[in-house]
Ligand binder design. Sequence first.
Ligand code: GLN
Length: 455
Amino acid sequence: MVSKEISCTALVQEKLDLLKQNKYHTVNSLLEETALELASKVDSKIANGEKIGLLEGIPFGIKDVYMVQGTYTTASSNLLKKYKSPYTATAIQKLVDAGSIPLVKENCDSFGHGSSSENTIFGAVKNAINPALVGGGSSGGSAVNVAKDFTTFSIGGDTGGSIRQPAGYNKVYGFKPTYGRVSRFGLMAYASSTDCVGPIAKSIEDIRIVLNIMSGKDVKDQTSYASEEILEEEISNASAIKTVGYFKNFIESKAISSTIKEDFLATIKKIKAKGIKVKELDFFDADMLVSTYYTLAMAETASNLSRLDGTNYGARIEGENLKDTYSITRSENFSEESKRRIVGGNQVLSQGFSDEIYLKAQNLRDQISARFTEDFHQVDIILSPVTPANPPKIGESLQDPLAMYLSDAYTVGFSLGGLPTLTIPKGTSTGLQITADQKKDAQVLQFANFLNDIL
Ligand code: GLN
């Protein structure tokens, strides 16, 4: 743009047109007016010879679970179909302050509940590579928009894999930072103890730039922390990475597709050939990770969504009395999948069950985190596939929720550990997942650059 090959307004208009015409069901609402206004401001700055920042004028997309003042924020649900945000999420505000231009609120699984972006009132998101397949989830619209160049980058949300898995399904990069690196303020809460804000983009460099802008302590999110900027030089050389580990039982699981397994092991060979030590690690059974994650995620979402009862928020449907009103509003306006989770979550939190189930899951989570800590005494990076199988056809996952939960086997563990983890679109048909110890986000990007060079 600075070279004046294309004006910012023309770029934004081009993307808006692509989004409008697209048949992948990625758009919940367009932010056309503000986007064009912001673009013309950038053009005037350029015309006046003013300096513009790295992200200035760059159009981006936002998963429709982020508050952006004055915009519909629906969480792809009937309940919030008409809800408008009264304020803007911290991460989004930082991007806007840096000059990026929000274009679109993106389709996703309702409240982040899902792994396919079919649990939405806006129509199932179609895969960017093969539209008969799912877009992945829950940040499916965001990953497809990036893959199709409808947005330059998009901001997804990742509770148990929702950035990494759709990134893998659509062959782009998707990063879940260390829990707390980016403020969650203004991200609609799914499971607060694992919810993370992160970028989806087409290069590691774009991931780095966007991550740097969004990171930092925020008084509005007590779990956020101050972090150092990640510099380009710092991640261009991976010589500090000496040992890479992988979980044997992920690869030996019955659920993994044979080609994903073969491709993964071929990657391991290439890494060894570069003189990096590779260690097989023993870890919890993948099914156990899934059950621990879903127990906690359901408990937290039941609690977080209890406020959506049609009184302060949401489309109220009047009943005979107050209790009736709550019950009809929630029964009619939540999706099947969200109701399954709310009922499940309330069950595991209820008296008589919570010690047996919820507290047990908490305890397992502590054990999982402790194991990660031990593992990272032995290895610098953990490498894994993103998913055990290729994306399903549209319609398949809806028939078998348990199979859908199990397809999250490789992503949810790292969420429970609060670890930084990145999907790169290489190595297997649904990508590779690079994970480092907490707060070592730079190391993840470093190893991603290295893998990019050798794969
Ligand atoms: N598929 C997982 C779930 O449904 C993860 C979703 C997410 O990260 N928001 O919980």
